[in-house]
Ligand binder design. Structure first.
Ligand SMILES: [Ca+2]
Ligand SMILES: [Ca+2]
Length: 311
């Protein structure tokens, strides 16, 4: 009996030792993994996803118009143009009437709830699907070659036409503030990609036609290197884009609400943003505002939806 007990004790001790060794090995492996993951993390630059274009992008696809939409998180951003920037524009555009920037002043901090915005301008394919399903007759729509190719953005649309499409798609036009945040992120950058002008990053070309590969409108998404911090393409150039706000050049100076602003009660037409395929470095700035109902060839749009609460 005593021998048996001694054997049992030996077995138990051996078992306990083996178990202890396994635990130590596990702890050693976990510790090594922890050190490795810390090293990998340390080897990467600290990246603020809001400040770096294209990554990481959160998207959804809406069923009605099969549109990819990119997520813009809730929070503050810088809207409009600062006095210091305007001083800089005086230097680079010495012949320009500096008063034209007054409608972008003062720059201010604006808070927006989270939303999704179309990754691309609405295309002819999508707009024609809307027309076919609803029988809607647009006030203006350039439905002829070379403008009405399926993957080109639908152009020369009236604001009402854009709203009608958005309603059909279960969406709405962005407010000017939503559009501007989706285009420039939170840091007040001048163009969607940053503060350095680069005409290889948009369908624009200072009106010099083919230099970017397209004489007029380009298929949507041809300039991914010029995408916004949230992954929206062609926010600068290709087509001017309608937003929901009425245009009032004095709106920013009349203490508008800085939480989810929706523009003035009325105005001189609606606001267009982002510049078009014939525009230059000035008109394609994210803060630029065009009012009225310009009779240009460059009017398109994209839509937004509210992000579900809690996103
Ligand atoms: Ca061009
Ligand atoms: Ca555009």
């Amino acid at each position: 009996m005593k021998t048996c007990l001694q054997t049992d004790c030996l077995i138990i001790r051996k078992y306990a030792f083996a178990e202890l060794r396994m635990k130590l090995t596990t702890i050693r492996i976990l510790f090594t993994l922890l050190i490795l993951s810390l090293l990998v993390f340390a080897c990467h630059d600290p990246i603020d996803p809001v400040l770096v274009g294209n990554l990481p992008i959160k998207t959804i696809t809406t069923p009605k118009d099969n549109a990819v939409m990119v997520y813009v998180p809730a929070g503050e951003f810088l809207m409009g143009t600062s006095d210091a920037e305007i001083e800089h524009y005086k230097e680079i555009f010495p012949l320009r009437d500096i008063a034209r920037y007054d409608n972008e002043r003062p720059q201010r901090t604006v808070y927006l709830d989270a939303f999704y915005i179309d990754k691309f301008e609405v295309t002819n394919q999508q707009f024609k699907q809307f027309l076919a399903e609803t029988g809607y007759e647009p006030k203006h729509y350039l439905d002829r070659l070379p403008y009405n190719v399926p993957n080109l953005p639908a152009t020369v649309l009236d604001w009402d036409d854009a709203v009608a499409y958005a309603n059909w798609a279960g969406k709405r036009l962005p407010t000017e503030a939503e559009w501007e945040k989706a285009a420039r992120g939170t840091d007040g950058r001048i163009w969607p990609w940053g503060n350095e002008w680069d005409d290889t990053k948009l369908s624009g070309n200072d009106g010099r036609g083919h230099r970017d590969g397209y004489r007029e409108t380009a298929p949507v998404g041809q300039f991914p290197q010029g995408a916004s911090p949230y992954g929206a393409h062609d926010m600068a150039g290709n087509l001017w884009e309608w937003v929901s706000d009425w245009y009032d050049p004095n709106y920013y100076r009349t203490s508008p609400p800085n939480i989810n602003p929706k523009g003035p009660e009325t105005g001189d037409g609606h606001v267009l943003k982002g510049g078009g395929w014939a525009e230059n470095l000035d008109f394609t700035r994210c803060a630029n505002r065009l009012g009225g109902e310009p009779g240009s060839l460059l009017r398109g749009f994209r839509c937004v939806i509210d992000a579900p609460l809690g996103e």
